[in-house]
Every structure is written in C-alpha cells, then in structure tokens.
Ligand binder design. Structure first.
Ligand code: 2PG
Ligand code: MG
Length: 422
C-alpha cells in the first residue's frame, strides 16, 4: 500500500532568474517528496492574484511554515482539490492577497509532485494518465523588447517562433535555437552597437524597431527553414498592457517617443499580420479591451491564433467572458496568475469548452522548476511558451526531452490548431 498522507511541509526563500527572492516549498508524504518554486512576471496583468503578502517573501515563507503547515499535515496528497481548497480557505480573500499566490502555487505544485513521487510515477503521467503521450510545440522567444529588455529595444515584448513542421520536441527545440542563432548573426551584421545582449528570457535585446525586429525574425526563419527543411511560423507577444496609457488613451511607443491611438494600433496589428504572415498574436491590445480583441478575431481569427494573456490572467470567469464576445481563440495558462493547480485546470477546461487553444506558459522571472513541462504534456496542451536560453528556460526544454525519450514508441507531437497547420 502506497502511503500518500502529507507528513511535513517546509517553505524557504530562494531566488529567481532575475535575482529576485521567491518561495520554494517541500512537501513530504510517507512514501514521497515534492519540491516546487513559484515564478514571477514583469509584465503582470492587473487581474492576476497578488504574488506576495504585504511582508513579502519572508512573510509568505512564515505563513506556509505556520498557518498552512497546521492545516496540510495529515491531508492526502492525492486529493489535490482538497489541498487547493484549503489554500483558499487559509487565505480567505478573493485574490490570495493574504498568503500570496506564489506561496499557494508552490504548495499546490509540491503536493502534486509529492503524490506522483509516492507512486514513483512521472509527474506528467500522474497529471494526465495513460494517454498523456503528446509533446507540445515550443513557442520560442527570439528577439525581446518591452519590459523584458532595455530602452532601445522593440516596443513588442517578444518575437516568437513555432517550428510547426517538427516531428519531435527535440527537432522543434533545436529549430528554435537555430533561428535564435541566425537572428543573432543577422543583428550583429547590421547593427554596429550590438554586443550580443539578451533580455530576461534569453532573447536578443537589440536596438531595433518593431518592424526591423519582425523582418530579422522572418529572415532568420527563412534561412533555417531552407537549411533544415522544417516549417517555422512566426508570432508576437505585444504585451500591450505595458504600452497602454490610460490617462492618454493610447499606446506609448517608448522607442519612438510617441503615442499611438487605439484605431491606429489595431490597424498596425492587422498590417503586420498581413505583411509578415504572423500566425500567433498574444496580447495585441490592453487587458480590458475585450472589444478590440473581438475586432481582431473577426478580421484575422480564421488564420491567426489571437491569444489572451493579461486579458484572461488564467481566470475562468474572464475566459468565459472572452468566449462570449469571441475575443480570442487561444489562452495563455500561467498557473501563478491564479495561484493553484486546480484553478489553472479550471482555466484550461473553460478554454477548451469555448474551443480556445490553451498555451502553457512560464513567466519572465523563472526558477529551475520544470513543473510546466509536465503540465503541458499531462494536460495535452499543444503549445508551451518557455523562453529560449538560460538554465531556468533550459530546465523546461531538457525535461521535455527526457519526457519524450521516456515515451519511446508511443510519443507523438500534439495536434496543432488549424491556424498553425496551413
Ligand atoms: C508574457 C510573459 C512570459 P511576464 O507576457 O507572456 O513571456 O512575461 O512573465 O513578464 O508576464
Ligand atoms: Mg504575454
């Protein structure tokens, strides 16, 4: 008989990839052990749960070691829903503002890991069962801007690629690295001040306008496509809430030092979609502009994945609203935006009910924890967004390579939405 009762929980302060403190939690069952840590965003959505309590990480650590410990010890690690419900109860607020979403998520994930470990079972199989055998496609970040990179970089936060023609995760991630390398060469050849700098997720941080960056990406993809014969499509994460100025009623373009009105911004989005065959468009508009999103879906939703990140903040109610007004056809799933695994799963279910594609995602501030790799396979999500270079990004890629290897003959790449298949 496997014993899954939780015997102990212990929280500590660790650091993320930006050198900021975050929380790590160990959960010990009679027969298993799980350790998980919480990431953090730079372009956070207004509707995310609160990451840390008033007293910061130290307070979060104390709350887990005292208040959560008191409740969780003796609970069954197999009962994820009960543990997550308990976290909401201990917190007692709508948005995890008392204990912090980071603490809640670290406990939630460590519990799932401890349960899986009790059975000596890979985490993705524990999450997804017998038929969790499909690998997601990586959404690789090649050129960075916005809040993830310096002053002269593009306004668009992320210029991305999806190697849709790849037959395996190994092939797909290799194609991402090749495009990244090629883009670095192109930037180096034309941009004399470029010293090889990179932003928060390992993407190039270069002095480029939005269109120059997209063009660089297109060229790099063309070269790699012809070298390795694997079809690669491009996408962007505008992270438009970071550009939006409520008081001025427009999008502030830091590079150009000018304000772009809403209509002009929507037209710019449509123009670049057409001109560069952009297939994935994340947060093209600010987080409360459901109407603008709907307009974009109406115009290009048949050929482009219009994805809500700050728009939805992994929140089932906001996703339901988005479905009602057809504001998107894809949803970013970031567990730390809602605070527990059960909440993130609700968001995935809500997305699927409305025919929206779930995209499992990291944060720009990450730890070495590779939980989301298992989550993507376990929940059969077709796309994983996990940056490009750096140990904290590589831990996710490498874990997916290990998962792929372990699946041997039964493995397959996930089914992509139609927008990315043409
Ligand atoms: C995003 C993410 C991750 P952040 O906007 O999609 O790339 O950035 O974690 O800073 O919100
Ligand atoms: Mg985003």
């Amino acid at each position: 008989m496997v014993e899954t009762a939780i015997e102990d929980v212990y929280a500590r302060k660790v650091f993320d990839s930006r050198g900021n403190p975050t929380i790590e939690v160990d959960v010990v069952t009679v027969d298993g052990f799980g350790r998980a840590s919480a990431p953090s965003g730079a372009s956070t959505g207004r509707h995310e749960v609160v990451a840390f309590p008033k007293g910061g990480v130290d307070d979060a650590v104390r709350i887990v070691n005292e208040d959560v410990a008191e409740r969780i010890i003796g609970m069954d690690a197999l009962d994820q829903a009960a543990v997550d419900f308990m976290l909401h109860e201990v917190d007692g607020t709508e948005n995890f503002s008392r204990i912090g979403g980071a603490a809640a998520l670290a406990v939630s994930m460590a519990t799932a890991k401890a349960a899986a470990s009790s059975f000596d079972m890979p985490l993705f199989q524990y999450i997804g069962g017998l038929f969790a055998t499909q690998l997601p496609y990586p959404l690789g970040n090649v050129i960075g801007g916005g809040r993830h990179a310096g002053d002269k970089t593009p306004n668009i936060q992320e210029l991305l690629v999806i190697p849709v023609g790849a037959k395996t995760y190994a092939e797909a991630v290799d194609a991402c690295f090749k495009v990244h390398r090629e883009a670095g060469k192109i930037i180096g050849a034309s941009n004399h001040g470029f010293a090889g700098g990179r932003g928060d997720e390992g993407a190039w941080a270069a002095n480029l306008s939005d269109e120059e960056a997209i063009l660089t990406l297109v060229k790099a993809c063309d070269k790699v496509e012809s070298d390795i014969g694997c079809r690669i499509v491009i996408g962007i994460d505008v992270a438009a809430s970071s550009l939006w100025r409520d008081d001025k009623g427009g999008y502030w373009l830091r590079r150009e030092g000018k304000l772009r009105g809403r209509e002009e911004h929507i037209n710019f989005m449509l123009e670049i979609v057409d001109k560069y065959d952009v297939r994935y468009l994340e947060d093209p508009l600010h987080e409360d502009d459901f109407e603008g999103f709907s307009e974009l879906v109406k115009a290009v939703g048949h050929k482009v994945l219009v994805c809500g990140d700050d728009l939805f903040t992994t929140n089932p109610a906001r996703i339901a609203k988005g479905i009602e007004v057809a504001a998107a056809n894809a949803v970013i799933i970031k567990p730390n935006q809602v605070g527990t695994l059960s909440d993130a799963y609700e968001a995935v279910k809500a997305s699927r009910r409305g025919g929206l594609t779930p995209v499992i995602s990291h944060r720009s501030g990450e730890t070495e924890d590779a939980f989301i790799s298992h989550l993507a396979v376990g929940l059969r999500c077709p796309i994983i967004k996990t940056g490009i270079l750096g140990g904290e990004r590589m831990s996710k890629h490498n874990e997916l390579l290990r998962i792929e290897e372990s699946l041997e003959n039964v493995k397959a790449m996930a089914e992509l939405p139609i927008h990315l298949r043409r």
